[in-house]
Design a protein around this ligand. Structure first.
Ligand SMILES: CC(C)(COP(=O)(O)OP(=O)(O)OC[C@H]1O[C@@H](n2cnc3c(N)ncnc32)[C@H](O)[C@@H]1OP(=O)(O)O)[C@@H](O)C(=O)NCCC(=O)NCCS
Length: 338
């Protein structure tokens, strides 16, 4: 029932069936989240950064009497990067608690083990069945962030326009749809490198050197995810003093993802954080007329960032956790449970 599946060569019907299952999962587990669309879904599932590999499997229902392949009722993929595999598993709500999730993890974990990787990580959404599932499989919680959602429909735009101008003298704020301009890539990468440990979770790696950054932007575009950036430039030195990144995915263009926001240490205390985030929202309002919400993830300890987000109107939504497990232990446990 479970077979290796390549989204690059899969039929459109298979991609559509996976989309149906994904949307059934979202409706059951995260009913406030917008359903996904088919736009660039194949590319989203296929494209990876250079040096990374994603391997996928499908669990299909029985074929129809006329031979039409059965629906994709479960799916697993694992992204191999660095020394770890990052796992994503989906089981259609109507088939849950039948052991399919465990079987999908078993197949993927066995491959991760065969490929010589040591650990498996997974993002687990708080207050969903995935928490009990991964804990039952022996995963342990490594890190917790809070996801917050901003409703653009409730935004006070004149107040936001005011905020966007409240930046100290000597800084110039610039909007860069598509990514930073090429002549600023190095300064941009330097700014990201300086605060690399501030707000990143391990499963959402950032890119800190110019080449990696170009590759990362290119990968986003190939996956149908459009990056927007607002920069604060320090006029005297030409350095990037602050940056904020939002991505609008073709798969759910009504809800954008806020990625990194960084203000370089020497430039803190000049209102840059608020101003660049406010400017971003104002620009997105005209660049992406379909956009209704923006979601962001923050470490619970990052009080300064949480305060600015609250001022902008972000409301905490739920915990977003990273779990991990040693692959050898997991393979052993799942083989014994068969
Ligand atoms: C997590 C998920 C994969 C589990 O799939 P599943 O097929 O129901 O899991 P299994 O039947 O293999 O369960 C294995 C074990 O996990 C534990 N478990 C799974 N779901 C559970 C639940 N709702 N409550 C308590 N324990 C649970 C149990 O110990 C279970 O063993 P048991 O049924 O013998 O008691 C499934 O719920 C799912 O697809 N969730 C969405 C995951 C996701 O990607 N979310 C992101 C978007 S919301």
């Amino acid at each position: 029932m479970v077979r290796e599946w390549d989204p690059r060569t899969a039929s459109s019907a298979e991609i559509a069936s996976l989309l149906d299952t994904l949307n059934a999962v979202l409706a059951a587990d995260l009913p406030q989240d917008p359903p996904w669309r088919a736009n660039s879904l194949r590319e989203y599932l296929s494209e990876v950064m250079p040096g990374e590999r994603r391997i996928s499997w499908a669990a299909e229902g029985d074929p129809a009497a006329d031979g039409t392949p059965g629906p994709m009722l479960g799916h697993v993929n694992v992204l191999l990067l660095g020394g770890m595999g990052v796992l994503e598993v989906l089981v259609h709500p109507e088939l849950r608690r039948t052991g399919l999730g465990r079987e999908l993890v078993r197949v993927a974990a066995r491959r991760v083990w065969d490929e010589g990787f040591q650990s498996i990580g997974v993002e687990v959404v708080g207050d969903t069945p995935a928490v009990a599932f991964y804990e039952a499989l022996g995963f342990t919680k490594e890190y917790v962030e809070t996801r917050s959602v901003l409703d653009l429909g409730a935004m006070e735009w004149p107040a936001l326009a005011e905020m966007a101008t409240e930046v100290g003298a000597g800084y110039h704020v610039e909007f860069c749809p598509g990514g930073p301009p090429d002549d600023l890539i190095e300064a941009y990468a330097r700014a990201k490198a300086e605060v690399r440990d501030v707000d990143d979770g391990e499963l959402r790696p950032s890119s800190y050197d110019p080449q990696r950054l170009r590759e990362s932007l290119d990968t986003l575009h190939r996956r149908g995810m459009k990056p927007y950036i607002v920069l604060a430039l320090h006029e005297q030195t030409g350095e990037v003093a602050g940056l904020t990144e939002v991505v609008v995915p073709a798969q759910h263009p009504t809800r954008a993802d806020q990625y990194d926001t960084i203000v370089v240490r020497d430039h803190r205390g000049y209102g840059i954080d608020r101003a660049i985030k406010a400017r971003m929202l104002l620009e997105l309002r005209s660049a992406e007329p379909e956009l209704a919400e923006v979601q962001t993830w923050n470490a619970q300890a990052n009080e300064a960032m949480l305060k600015v987000n609250a001022e902008l109107g972000y409301r905490p939504d739920r915990d977003w956790c990273e779990y991990s497990v040693d692959v050898a232990e997991l393979v052993h446990r799942l083989d014994n449970q068969r």
